[in-house]
Design a protein around this ligand. Structure first.
Ligand SMILES: [Zn+2]
Length: 213
């Protein structure tokens, strides 16, 4: 996993900026974000505070969104990592904002296939390692299918239930809507609505490198 991660590294030397966040209820935390590749890292104490906070308040981590999004599909798998990246981009930039759902910033950056973040790849890999997510089909193509395992369904339900009943209904509708799109359709939507995430840069022209665990 470490070597795979290294190959995906977007800049040789990160330049961190401290990002302070204050939630509507006054809870404050911070994280570090790289000016070059937008990677987000949490100092350990901040990650611990957030995890404590999330036990009693609505706060969706990236892994919660992946699990909830898979759970709400009623057994229909996600078609490939590119689709999952774009779907989560729409969830975080539109759905979570419109429905006031405080969420972890996964650090999307411009990539040749539109917005992309290593965080989603690595969280997905971590969920596979602990046996919650299962994938089939050719790796890194739209033929690859992701779905929840039996244990994953239990965790998916938990993540989904962090949302209010109204938010759950809306997420189900969004899943239904996005399922009608092909991967190309979602990419076209994202390209036209978020042009700043589509800049082609030599630094970002790297091939995804994932391995099945
Ligand atoms: Zn960086």
């Amino acid at each position: 996993m470490t070597s795979a991660k290294k190959k995906k590294e977007a800049c040789p030397c990160h330049e961190w900026t401290k990002e302070e966040r204050e939630l509507p209820d006054g809870f404050r935390y911070h994280y570090l974000q790289c000016n070059g590749c937008y990677r987000v890292e949490y100092p350990l104490a901040q990650a611990q505070r957030l995890m404590e906070y999330a036990k009693t308040h609505q706060f969706m981590f990236v892994s919660d969104w992946i699990l909830a999004w898979m759970y709400v599909g009623d057994g229909v798998p996600i078609s490939g990592i590119t689709a999952l990246q774009k779907q989560l981009f729409i969830i975080l930039n539109e759905f979570a904002v419109e429905n006031n759902i405080v969420s972890e910033n996964p650090g999307f950056r411009a990539y040749k296939f539109g917005p992309y973040t290593e965080t989603i790849d690595s969280q997905l890999e971590a969920l596979a390692v602990i046996g919650l997510v299962h994938s089939e089909g050719r790796l890194n193509t739209s033929a690859e299918r992701f779905c929840l395992t039996e244990n994953g369904m239990v965790s998916g339900k938990k993540a989904f239930e962090k949302l209010t009943p109204e938010q759950r209904d809306k997420l189900r509708d969004l899943r239904h809507d996005l399922q009608q799109f092909t991967v190309q359709g979602i990419m076209t939507y994202v390209y036209s609505h978020y042009p700043k995430y589509t800049e082609k840069s030599a630094v970002f022209e790297r091939t995804l490198h994932r391995r099945r665990c």
